[in-house]
Design a protein around this ligand. Structure first.
Ligand code: SF4
Length: 335
């Protein structure tokens, strides 16, 4: 397994994490999981395939079968260096599209093509063209959580890990103090707090993160002494304001690895806590739990089926793909 912090094929750690997951399962569930994991590992070799898994995937996928794990930025970057004929994306559809954009000659599979995202679905290419007409001359930055058709209409892509850097770079290159950032109004607002650049936002939101409220944090702090609160920037501004740290999923995991807090509350999708907890056993994870129904459409069983049947292949129209690729490559080229 490979992530921003771990080495490829670090199976001794993966096996330890796997052992800890196994202890929490019923014998029948464990047998099924072991059978699926063994089949997926075998199929990966037969198909010359690798699996990219987002930090929100469940531990049996994250530790059991993934080759590269991380946030959207890590997955996009690593997808460019993949030495395999087939990429299976254990994530949502826009992530699979991004992997395909950066690997046009490889077969990219998503185990369930219904794995969408409320952010990606909040805006269309026509909406972006209308925005550009309303604000001529301003650079447009699309969060990676958008369709390829939307990415094809913008100058830059960004992730929650590099949003500030991309905003400032885009403004500087265009000689302006204002940019358009879409589709997440909360990521735009939280980025605007960290920079002098004005940001015009779209009105989209992540259905998982927008449910967190500042009152939840107050409740966690009242219940658990000395808890360190880390919040994802897709959360509302008042949540980020009262957190001890805000960053992408990779930045939050790095924070925990570095500071080893006694007790932590991760204000993000629930599975992330399970994955980091397996790596940092001395930290207690308090879990205000919101699950992403789209991420949870990906299971060990449908990853296995995907490799058996080579479905569902991600196809992007060549004209859209070549334009969308430019915005992702521009982001990756920013120092
Ligand atoms: S957690 Fe939110 S942003 Fe991430 S895939 Fe789910 S709906 Fe989309």
């Amino acid at each position: 397994m490979q992530s921003s912090n771990t080495c490829a094929n670090n199976y001794s750690f993966a096996d330890r994490a796997y052992a800890s997951i196994s202890q929490r399962m019923l014998p029948a569930e464990l047998a099924l999981m072991q059978d699926d994991i063994a089949a997926v590992r075998r199929l990966k070799q037969e198909r010359n395939a690798i699996i990219l898994a987002h930090n929100y995937q469940t531990p049996e996928i994250y530790y059991g079968v993934a080759d590269i794990v991380g946030d959207s930025l890590v997955l996009a970057r690593e997808a460019m260096n993949v030495d395999a004929s087939v990429i299976v994306v254990a994530g949502v559809h826009f992530m699979a599209e991004t992997a395909k954009l950066l690997n046009p000659d490889k077969t990219v599979l998503i185990p369930d093509s219904r794995a969408g995202c409320s952010l990606a679905e909040s805006i269309t290419a026509t909406d972006v063209r209308n925005l550009r007409r309303r604000h001529p001359g301003l650079p447009i930055i699309a969060y990676v959580n958008t369709s390829a058709a939307v990415k094809a209409e913008v100058e830059y892509c960004c992730t929650s890990a590099n949003a500030k850097r991309v905003v400032e770079f885009a403004a500087h290159e265009a000689g302006t103090d204002t940019v358009i950032m879409l589709p997440d109004r909360y990521l735009a607002a939280n980025t605007a707090r960290t920079t002098s650049i004005n940001i015009i936002a779209w009105d989209g939101a992540c259905e998982v993160h927008q449910r967190f409220a500042a009152a939840d944090i107050a409740h966690v702090r009242a219940q658990y002494e000395n808890v360190t609160v880390l919040a994802h920037p897709e959360c509302p501004e008042d949540v980020v304001e009262v957190a001890d740290f805000s960053g992408s999923t990779a930045a939050m995991a790095d924070f925990i690895r570095k500071h080893r807090p006694t007790r932590v509350a991760l204000i993000t999708e629930c599975s992330m806590s399970d994955n980091v907890a397996a790596e940092v056993p001395e930290t207690e994870f308090v879990k205000p739990c919101n699950l992403c129904p789209h991420m949870k459409r990906i299971t060990l069983g449908n990853i296995r089926l995907s490799l058996e049947t080579m479905g569902k292949e991600v196809i992007i129209e060549p004209v859209i793909a070549s334009r969308a690729r430019i915005s992702v490559e521009r982001m990756l080229a920013i120092p």
